[in-house]
Design a protein around this ligand. Structure first.
Ligand code: CS2
Ligand code: MG
Length: 402
């Protein structure tokens, strides 16, 4: 089944999305998400200038062979740009293979391991009162797992907490905006937030919290310890994870479950964390960690060490990624949870999807392939618009907080 066409569709229905579309000689096509928030055009160039021309004439059935070709071919392995491009190709090929087999993708992976997929959503509030209201709203929508982020007294603007009740969008300006950060104000306040939430909502809700890589190891250890009475589902990205060894210190001090990995793009980024049992959830996503092909390897490896999956699923991961991720989640035995930030109506107007939401849980649908398609005519109405993620300075102007 020869590949006859391979192209990129770049669209901005409220935010930028990069989609790879691969067509075969018999007219079957598949699509894959290749969106890298704030760096979309680097991936477009990587695909258009180098990867896609080399795919023409190759056999679309040979997913593994093409994965190895795109991974090894450039000599310069790994990295977010190359691995996101590879994921776009990989998912498009899985979509084609599942369509050719006339099966939903999860059936090719080994069939489903569960009836429905638990997702968590975000509850963000500028202050405690607004945060409690956001948790209540998410609970009413049926979510049993809720990520809670709250504005901190004395800090003007916090990443992940939009001002004025706006929808959360991390890429908030044309060029990077600057936010400020104070670790001691944050650490003094956050345990109170969770104390209040447990008081108000009781022990049943799964509560999650994302630190966005802001702490040093000993600060993360303190936070994990102080949050122990509130039984978090997980504490995410407490520290940057370039140095995987530092998790040993956090782990020694706290039983709060730890999650990390949304910015990882290779199994090697998480190898030590997993085999040393330093984390509980691995957050790698289909789009940023080399597609279904590498996600399977990561999950199987993690299963040996009792580590569960908890894939990243913010709005910058397109509906195409969400569709593929839900097939993966339906199959993967060591599933933990799937993040879900709903896309806006405008974003969804460009894509059609088979996946269904009910009461905080998803099912991927029974359509052959991953069940998500793109309307190219609609996509063409929304040209690319540059948008960047913010940077953080300490109150004295320092850009390094670890
Ligand atoms: C966040 C993301 O969802 C999450 O856990 O960390 O919003 C992340 O910051 C963005 O996807 C970055 O593009
Ligand atoms: Mg995160």
């Amino acid at each position: 089944m020869k590949i006859t066409d391979a192209k990129v569709i770049l669209t901005c229905p409220g935010r930028n999305f990069v989609t790879v579309k691969i067509t075969t000689e018999d007219g079957l096509y598949g699509i894959g998400d290749a969106t890298l928030n704030g760096r979309e055009k680097s991936v477009v160039s990587y695909l258009e200038d180098y990867v896609l021309p080399a795919l023409i004439g190759r056999d679309a059935q040979r997913i593994e062979d093409i994965w190895q070709f795109v991974y090894r071919g450039p000599y310069w392995r790994r990295g977010p740009v190359g691995m996101t491009a590879l994921a776009g190709v990989d998912v498009a090929l899985w979509d084609i293979k599942a369509k050719a087999a006339n099966m939903p993708l999860y059936q090719l992976l080994g069939g489903r391991s569960r009836d429905r997929i638990m997702t968590y959503t975000h509850a963000n509030g500028e202050d405690l009162e607004a945060t409690l209201a956001a948790v209540e709203k998410a609970r009413k929508q049926g979510y049993q797992a809720i990520r809670v982020q709250c504005g901190i007294p004395g800090i003007d603007k916090i990443y992940g907490v939009p001002k004025g009740g706006k929808a959360y969008e991390p890429a908030d300006a044309d060029l990077p905006s600057e936010e400020s950060w104070s670790t001691h104000k944050y650490l003094n306040f956050i345990p109170r937030v969770f104390e209040e939430i447990r008081r108000e909502f009781g022990p049943d809700l799964h509560l999650l919290h994302d630190v966005h890589h802001r702490l040093t190891p000993i600060e993360a250890a303190r936070l994990g310890k102080e949050l122990e009475p509130y039984h978090l589902f997980w504490l995410e990205d407490a520290v940057p994870a370039e140095n995987q060894d530092v998790f040993k210190l956090i782990r020694q001090h706290t039983t709060t479950p730890l999650a990390v990995g949304e910015i990882f793009n290779s199994i090697h980024d998480c190898r030590e964390l997993i085999q040393n049992q330093l984390i509980d959830y691995i957050r790698t996503s289909v789009v940023h960690a080399g597609g279904i092909t590498q996600m399977r390897r990561i999950a199987d490896f993690a299963s040996l060490w009792g580590v569960r999956t908890g894939s990243h699923g913010a709005t910058d991961l397109s509906p195409v990624c969400m569709g593929a991720a839900l097939h993966f989640d339906y199959w993967v035995p060591n599933f933990g949870v799937q993040e879900h930030m709903p896309h806006s109506e405008l974003m969804e107007s460009v894509f059609t999807r088979a996946y269904q939401f009910e009461d905080g849980f998803f099912t991927p649908g029974e359509v052959p392939g991953h069940g998500v398609d793109i309307d190219e005519a609609e996509a063409a109405k929304y040209p690319y618009k540059r948008a960047s993620l913010p940077v953080n300075r300490l109150e004295d102007g320092t850009l390094w907080h670890w």
